[in-house]
Design a protein around this ligand. Sequence first.
Ligand code: FE2
Length: 266
Amino acid sequence: MINIEKTSGLPIEVTPEYKLKFNPPLREFPLTFARKFSEMVPVLLNPNITAPAEETYFVYRGIHMPEHQQILRAHHLTYDITVIPSFMLGEEFNHTVGHYHAPKPGTNNIAHPEVYEVLHGEALVLLQKMDQNFEKTINVLAVKARTGEKVIYPPNYGHIMINIGSEVLVVANWLSTDYKPLYEPVTQRHGMAYYPVKDEVEGFKFVPNGNYKDTPALRMIDTKFMTLFAVTANRPMYLTGTDDPQSLDFLNNPEKYAVELSGITS
Ligand SMILES: [Fe+2]
């Protein structure tokens, strides 16, 4: 069992079967979904590999202390946890399937951003932006994050969360409940613009996906570019978000934070 109370601010443990155990005063939250290996096959570098397991990661949505239910509902916010075992998918590290978010209605094509926090393990996030028709790749970024670090996914960036460590990766996210995921632009091209692959010297490397043309070079960025947002402070982001839901306003109203959000990628 791995106790993630210190890093999450919530009485939660992770079982050896990669499930969450909720301790009082938290109630039991059901597993929202387990990602099947068969669903990952279309986005893998090598679709012919042997499955490391039938299910490759686990998602729990809408976790909250009883006293926070009303405030989170009123602010259209969800706190979710994803558990990503340190499986290898062939040469590739285990990762989420990848998606974009649909533009927020009433904005000039601005999608909902997202913020992640590493609760246990070693994460690598791949972020990519394409034009509005998903034809041309404009920018590809990657961020490494360790336990306690937060990563903001800027609006309109497709994303995958990658476990590059030898232990299970447990991550939390805050997200608008009004967001809509878009999976097709990633599955159509059999994954993101780069595949995260093991490298004996560097630990990891990115292999370009041939289904994208004229892909720009990938640039590593640092979590320090995200510190304009209070939620990235050195404390569990569940606590920051529930103490002051206004600090998460950028998740629902990204159009008001264009300057701060563009600072992450420039
Ligand atoms: Fe997302």
